[in-house]
Design a protein around this ligand. Sequence first.
Ligand SMILES: Nc1ncnc2c1ncn2[C@@H]1O[C@H](COP(=O)(O)OP(=O)(O)O)[C@@H](O)[C@H]1O
Ligand SMILES: [Mg+2]
Length: 256
Amino acid sequence: MLEIKNLSKVFDLDNPDKKPAVDNVSFTVNKGEFLSILGPSGCGKTTLIRMIIGLEKPTTGSILKNGLDITNMPPSERGMGFVFQNYALFENMTVLQNVEYALKIKKETKKNSRDTALSMIKEVGLLNYVDVKPYRLSGGQQQRVAIARTLALKPDIILFDEPMSALDASTRLSLRKEIKQIQSTFNTSIIYITHDQEEAFSMSDKILVMDESVSVQIGSPEEIILKPVNQYIQDFVVDNLKYKIESLSKFYRFEK
Ligand SMILES: Nc1ncnc2c1ncn2[C@@H]1O[C@H](COP(=O)(O)OP(=O)(O)O)[C@@H](O)[C@H]1O
Ligand SMILES: [Mg+2]
């Protein structure tokens, strides 16, 4: 459904020594597929999805959606939704107004905007909070509003940029399940950026591991664990996960 071909971004084109922020990255996302982009801070993850969304112009490469070249299409015409770390809700509007806002602007969605908004708010479990303003909600609830607002526009694909970074551990766990639930209910394709190995491995059909602007390995979680392509994948992914499991199993005997 989405095809990313040799995408690169150099921010400072006048500087011949400048390293690209994203260097020749290619991958595909199928309908209903959950792809994570996993890599340490500064490796180019946000720049990569900003190009896919249309907020950043690629230096080279192309983006195809259902066979159509959308590389230079404005963000609003791409049929993509996005959820960022910092929610970006309107503070002076209630939950309902936040979710309804974008629906009321578009002619196609205006008529049923109230019903659509309410059903999405229900989907993320916030029906008791429709008239509440964001400051009265927890971080997890605010992120649910942001997700409802994105879902309401019925995007074919949703891009998440480290949506859990500001949340505590238990909220992350429940939100993880909800995002998976939403994916199966709506059969939405998802691109999910994270620097957290555990998050990527627990949610994804496919993982793209990045290091310093390049794509190092793309594969299913099993493929990456069983066949790491180099020492970086072994260290950053496999050993890291092993360490987490071992440090827990000291205290806990897992049931067979
Ligand atoms: N608007 C920008 N102008 C110049 N450099 C940028 C800009 N945005 C990001 N960069 C640089 O690109 C690199 C990748 O950043 P980013 O995509 O934010 O990484 P990540 O999301 O993986 O942490 C970093 O070196 C960052 O400083
Ligand atoms: Mg980032």
